[in-house]
Design a protein around this ligand. Structure first.
Ligand code: HEC
Ligand code: HEC
Length: 153
């Protein structure tokens, strides 16, 4: 049994190597051969224009329209909550985290931020001015319905 596994993994590794050399497997490496170092992408600027983006689907976590460099989010502090918590929004004018962030998984409301919503950047991400790697062909459902009504008329 062990020998079979060893042979199988050896075959797999060899074929992986071959594919990687042809640049077919690793989307991040692109066509660069395994033994060569890729020229890294330039660093792109995070969007910081305070303009909200519209959402692409219901319940999508909104993207972050500001920089979050060096914002501490760990056991000791949550920098995001210093602006976005219920208590602070009056002062900061940041949009309040929605009620779902105060709910546990059974739908009970908590007085404090729910632990499952503590690490904000698990769901919310800043945007950069990087060129799109893949084109986005998303169309909002409202637009699809509008087009359908037009063709039916
Ligand atoms: C200094 C205050 C401040 C801090 C700290 C802060 N924000 Fe914000 N945030 C704002 C304000 C104000 C807005 C409203 C848009 C704007 O002015 O940028 C906003 C907007 C947002 C939005 C967009 C909401 C929507 O409905 O479109 C998200 C998401 C967000 N912030 C997440 C975060 C996360 C995650 C962190 C921590 C990593 C964070 N923010 C830290 C002030 C802050
Ligand atoms: C598990 C994923 C998840 C985590 C973690 C999370 N959020 Fe959200 N957030 C969402 C989703 C999904 C929405 C949109 C639907 C909703 O309100 O529940 C949202 C909405 C928001 C909004 C917009 C509220 C509104 O009324 O439009 C803000 C601001 C926000 N989150 C900030 C935060 C901050 C700050 C944290 C960290 C303390 C955080 N979120 C953690 C998923 C998450």
């Amino acid at each position: 049994m062990m020998r079979m596994i060893a042979t199988a993994s050896a075959v797999l590794l060899i074929s992986l190597g071959v594919f990687a050399q042809e640049g077919q497997l690793d989307a991040l490496r692109g066509q660069v051969p395994l033994l060569e170092e890729r020229t890294p992408e330039p660093l792109y600027d995070a969007e910081n224009d305070d303009r909200r983006r519209s959402r692409a689907y219901p319940m999508q976590p909104p993207t972050i329209p500001h920089k979050i460099d060096n914002y501490q989010v760990d056991l000791n502090a949550n920098r995001c909550m210093s602006c976005h918590s219920r208590q602070r929004v009056g002062e900061t004018q940041a949009p309040m985290i929605s009620v779902t962030h105060y709910m546990d998984r059974d739908g009970n409301f908590l007085a404090e931020l729910s632990p499952r919503r503590y690490f904000c950047d698990q769901c919310h991400v800043p945007q950069t001015d990087a060129p799109l790697a893949v084109e986005n062909r998303f169309v909002d459902i409202a637009e699809i319905l509008r087009q359908r009504r037009e063709t039916q008329e």
